[in-house]
Design a protein around this ligand. Structure first.
Ligand SMILES: [Mn+2]
Length: 327
């Protein structure tokens, strides 16, 4: 397998200051950050700059990991004390090679990366990129692992279009549909959280006919974020070998997330997204995660990159910090 699919980022920031690693350093259970600087399969330039912007933004949270005088931090929401796990494995692999505008070669490169990570037992945590990248990330991962997987997509949109007249079958409106086509995924174990806006009739009927679970913003407003997460985990986790989680930052209202291509006024607030992440973080069997559609060219004061980094940190912290109750 060619390893040209992964490049290091010498001298550049790593996510949360995690060590730079190569594929050979990956051990089973390790959390592996990989940037996917691909923006040509979306709606405009910008998402290709997101991996570095999210890594830079994560540095504002470094103190939680490196500076507590007693090596611990306390979560003020529940009083739990967290300490870095001894020997917890995590690292930053750098960025996937992108061959813009060559769709096939780029798709292969992205898929090879998660294949190689998962083959070594690593759990890929990927920084997009536009949402198309999710499909090759998942394809490579599923090919390496085997098994049946659930799927949770936090997004204002379905991304279930089969064939767009302008963009074809492989772009950021078709990623979920391509995932649904993969054998390890049963559409009845695929869940969307935070849907808003409109979709094409074909996407809607695909979801209805195949038993997809759509949890809209209206559902969330009428119940709660907690109820939505509980339902999503119950559906996607039912009888599966793990869940893949994809987060499209455009699920968040524009006031909190100006740096993304879609203008959303009805979506989650920033605090609600972090609540969703906190609740999801209790689930122990995520096989891979991506966060996509941050666009630094549209961002204001790095707000969206900061929110993206905090969303991932909130999700990952229980996996690398040992919680214990305060005395
Ligand atoms: Mn999307």
């Amino acid at each position: 397998m060619p390893i040209e699919s992964v490049m290091k980022n010498p001298g550049r920031a790593t996510f949360l200051g995690w060590p730079e690693i190569g594929l050979e350093d990956i051990t089973p259970g390790m959390l592996v950050i990989a940037g996917v600087p691909c923006g040509f399969t979306g709606s405009g330039p910008g998402p290709e700059f997101a991996p570095d912007a999210i890594r830079q933004a994560s540095r504002a949270s470094l103190w939680r990991w490196t500076e507590p005088p007693e090596g611990e931090v306390v979560d003020v929401l529940d009083g739990s004390v967290m300490r870095l796990k001894d020997g917890a494995g995590f690292g930053d692999l750098g960025d996937v090679a992108i061959f813009s505008p060559q769709l096939e070669k780029t798709t292969q490169s992205i898929a090879d990366t998660t294949y190689e990570i998962a083959r070594r037992g690593g759990i890929p945590i990927c920084l997009g990129g536009d949402h198309y990248v999710s499909f090759p990330l998942i394809e490579g991962l599923a090919r390496a692992r085997g098994g049946q997987f659930g799927y949770i997509q936090i997004d204002a949109h379905l991304d279930l279009q089969n064939d767009n007249p302008n963009h074809g079958t492989h772009w950021h409106g078709s990623n979920a549909r391509r995932v649904a086509d993969l054998d390890p995924f049963d559409p009845a174990k695929m869940v969307w959280i935070g849907l808003d806006d409109v979709c094409w009739p074909e996407e809607w009927s695909f979801g209805q006919e195949h038993g997809c679970t759509f949890l809209t913003m209206r559902d969330i407003r009428q119940t709660s974020v907690g109820a939505a997460v509980q339902k999503a985990l119950a559906v996607a986790g039912d009888g599966t070998d793990g869940i893949y989680l994809t987060i499209d930052i455009d699920v968040v209202q524009r006031a909190f997330s100006p740096g993304t291509g879609y203008c959303n006024f009805g979506g989650l607030t920033a605090a609600e997204l972090l609540d969703v992440m906190k609740l999801l973080s209790a689930y122990p069997k995520f096989v891979g995660v991506d966060l996509v559609e941050v666009n630094p060219l549209l961002d204001v004061n790095g707000t969206t990159a900061m929110l993206a980094s905090l969303a991932l940190i909130t999700l990952l912290e229980p996996m690398v910090l040992n919680p214990r109750k305060a005395p």
